[in-house]
Design a protein around this ligand. Structure first.
Ligand SMILES: [Zn+2]
Length: 444
């Protein structure tokens, strides 16, 4: 597997820390509202990466956090007149439902900030003790100038950043670049700490969660949107460098954003395109196929046209599978197809090339074409066709696309036989009647 590493700005072969194992982390959502469709792009890309690595025999340990401590959650709780935990529970549930509807596998770990508080406080305390962080009036800040390599990921220098930094006169920080690890709080969600009551800053939670689960706080792949590269990911790395002398992950992967009719769609922008509504309207497969059709490092332009195209393409791919299933079941074929390792190779090779989806999809279409040819022959070789179908289904499974199983009932089979008989007798009126029944059943 080769991935484009933002640390080095080049494609690199992924060499796992532990043999046959890949550990990967994705910055998860702040759970205060229903996610927009744009928020699903990175979870889909992350899922395809996992599925393709698992297919190649890796044991994948995947982590996606839930940020359940944030001003936005506290404000939402006030607005709705409920507790903060009721707000986060509600939206965590919604988020997991969207995962399921988009065929996104549940990550191995889904830690929450509220469940990681002891470790967060301990981590900040250690940063203070090594001299990388300092306390002012109950707040704790990371001392950015203590990190000589700060800017490595975003290709910034401290000097350049200082020139562009906004200086707030009331700031208690040593440098405008310093970021909060702990914020003093007198109301809302707050915890006891060596610096008094307060709550952690956002930049510190991901790195602590990774440290809690993975040896030396080091994983193979860290993913997130390009919008998080600076300052969030840069700040995650700075903390890890201070305590573990590493960059958290050997490969930092960034996905581009989603544009809605030209307008950039980010976490904070309310375009009204809620993921659950989009899924209800168009189905999880269509959303997923649309997201995958553009390479993850390119901006994706979301529009009705793009979505319609995705739906049409999926119909084209589904058609031969459906037709073969019907023909095989009418012929009482019980052979179970096996996917062809050799035919899978160009597909996997494409995914291994920094998730080159367009090349992978080209391979899918070749298999669709071959399957179409096999089922159009007069005497169908069912074993050959079923194997081809299994190869296609396996590729779709790695992309996370699943079609409902076709299972003909005895009545369906009878209707098919009557339809064929009517056609043979050129009794078109009768044939149309049976055809209508099959259309109704989604079989013709
Ligand atoms: Zn993060």
């Amino acid at each position: 597997m080769y991935l484009y590493n933002s640390l080095t700005n080049q494609k690199e072969e992924v060499k796992p820390i532990k043999e046959n194992e890949i550990s990967m982390y994705l910055c998860g959502p702040t759970v205060y509202n229903y996610p927009h469709v744009g928020n699903t792009r990175n979870m889909i890309v992350f899922d395809v990466l996992r599925r393709s690595l698992e297919f190649q025999g890796y044991n994948v340990r995947q982590m996606v956090n839930f940020t359940d401590v944030d001003d936005k959650i506290i404000n939402r709780a006030k607005e709705e007149g409920v507790s903060e935990s009721e707000v986060s529970e509600k939206y965590i549930k919604a988020y997991n439902q969207i995962r399921a509807n988009l065929n996104v596998l549940m990550p191995t770990y889904t830690p929450r900030v509220t469940e990681t508080m002891d470790e967060i406080i301990d981590f900040i305390d250690r940063l203070v003790k090594v001299g990388s962080a300092y306390e002012v009036d109950g707040d704790v800040y990371f001392d950015v100038e203590s990190d000589k390599h700060y800017g490595e990921l975003s290709k910034n220098t401290i000097e350049d950043l200082k020139v562009g930094a906004r200086v707030d006169e009331n700031d208690k920080k040593k440098s405008p670049l310093d970021f909060a690890l702990w914020k003093k709080m007198e109301e809302g969600l707050r915890w006891d700490s060596p610096w008094g009551e307060g709550r952690p800053g956002w930049h510190t939670e991901c790195v602590v969660m990774i440290n809690k689960q993975f040896d030396n706080g080091l994983i193979d792949i860290h993913m997130g949107g390009t919008d998080l590269k600076f300052p969030h990911h840069e700040n995650e790395i700075a903390q890890s460098r201070a305590l573990n002398d590493n960059t958290i992950a050997n490969y930092w992967i960034h996905n581009a954003m989603l544009n809605v009719n030209g307008a950039k769609m980010s976490k904070s922008l309310a375009n009204g395109l809620l993921a659950n509504e989009m899924i209800d309207m168009h189905g999880g497969n269509a959303i997923r196929w649309m997201m995958l059709n553009t390479h993850y490092r390119l901006a994706l332009n979301f529009s009705d046209e793009v979505l319609d195209t995705a739906k049409k393409e999926l119909e084209k791919i589904k058609m031969p599978i459906k037709q073969l299933e019907i023909k095989a079941q009418l012929a009482n074929v019980d052979y179970v197809g096996k996917y062809d390792e050799v035919a899978m190779k160009p597909f996997i090779d494409a995914l291994n090339d920094d998730l080159n989806i367009s090349n992978a999809i080209t391979v899918v279409y070749e298999v669709v074409k071959e399957l179409n040819q096999l089922i159009r022959t007069r005497e169908i070789n069912f074993e050959l066709a079923k194997d081809k179908e299994a190869t296609l289904v396996k590729m779709l499974e790695i992309l996370g696309i699943f079609f409902p199983e076709i299972k003909l009932t005895e009545e369906d089979k009878e209707t098919f036989n009557k339809w064929n008989a009517a056609k043979a007798e050129k009794n078109f009126e009768e044939a149309d009647k049976y055809r209508a029944i099959l259309v109704e059943r989604g079989l013709a």
